[in-house]
Design a protein around this ligand. Structure first.
Ligand code: PRP
Ligand code: MN
Ligand code: MG
Length: 180
């Protein structure tokens, strides 16, 4: 069972805790963007679960679009990113909210924010469920943060380890028996 690979001795965010925090973030987003059109941009693949639940927690109209990006191997520290799938939508004059599962070094996101800002939007902000303050290498202005977490490898709820565990309903760290 996939849930058995979670380390229960370590901090864990349950399905209920995640949904409760997303509901709080949704109320804040509704207030901040009242009377404005809003485009949510999800970053594949990790943000799929956050997008699905955050978008449904919003009691207002939004549009949803997706990007897939990949860091160039070997030049990761430069924060150079390759677009694997671009947006279908123009950002001209639009309020854009990037939706992420986690900000780790911030390299992906700092590049993405600059890239989207160059497309003539009215605004570009970021919502992330998780952030690791200790791992941050590039400063990124993040308007909505679900939880700040320690610098440990987390899985579940979209977050993968070698592409596995994305379908877990909760977020945790991997149990030792997975490695050994
Ligand atoms: C993960 C995560 C964020 C990014 C954060 O994505 O979903 O998008 O890394 O890392 P950073 O802050 O150090 O840039 P990943 O590249 O693993 O792709 P995935 O979403 O498909 O798992
Ligand atoms: Mn990702
Ligand atoms: Mg990943």
């Amino acid at each position: 069972h996939v849930e058995h690979d979670i380390d229960r001795t370590q901090p864990l965010y349950t399905e209920e805790q995640i949904q409760a925090r997303l509901a709080e973030m949704a109320r804040q987003i509704e207030a901040d963007y009242e009377g404005e059109d809003l485009l949510l941009v999800g970053v594949l693949k990790g943000a799929v679960m956050v997008m699905a639940d955050l978008a449904r927690a919003l009691e207002r109209h939004v549009e949803i679009d997706w990007m897939a990006v990949s860091s160039y191997a070997g030049t990761r520290s430069s924060g150079v990113v390759r677009i694997l799938k671009d947006l279908d939508t123009s950002l001209e004059g639009r309020h854009v909210l990037i939706v992420e599962d986690i900000i780790d070094t911030g390299l992906t996101l700092s590049w993405l924010v600059a890239n989207l800002k160059s497309r003539g939007p009215a605004s570009v902000e970021v919502a992330t469920l998780l952030r690791k303050p200790e791992a941050l290498e590039m400063p990124v202005d993040v308007k909505y943060v679900g939880f700040d977490i320690p610098n440990a490898f987390v899985i579940g709820y979209g977050l993968d380890f070698n592409e596995k565990y994305r379908n877990l309903r909760s977020i945790g760290t991997l149990a030792e028996h997975v490695y050994s």
